[in-house]
Design a protein. Structure first.
Length: 69
């Protein structure tokens, strides 16, 4: 499964200046603030935004946390 995922990522990045390693590094740098009931993603850097656009990902303004029981 991992090989299929990497191949799909490589194909999507073919015409971009990014490779799978740089994609993951850029996503790793996406920061957020964690509150008791929500997680608020910080504004993404240009490289992360470029990667989001390539894959059609919309970063939410707020992510509600599930209650733990």
């Amino acid at each position: 499964m991992a090989a299929v995922a990497v191949k799909l990522i490589q194909d999507k990045l073919k015409d971009s200046p990014y490779n799978p390693i740089s994609l993951l590094l850029n996503m790793r740098n996406q920061k957020c603030k964690v509150y008791e009931k929500a997680v608020i993603p910080q504004e993404a850097c240009k490289k992360a935004n470029d990667c989001y656009k390539l894959f059609g990902v919309e970063c939410p303004l707020k992510i509600e946390r599930c209650s733990e029981k």
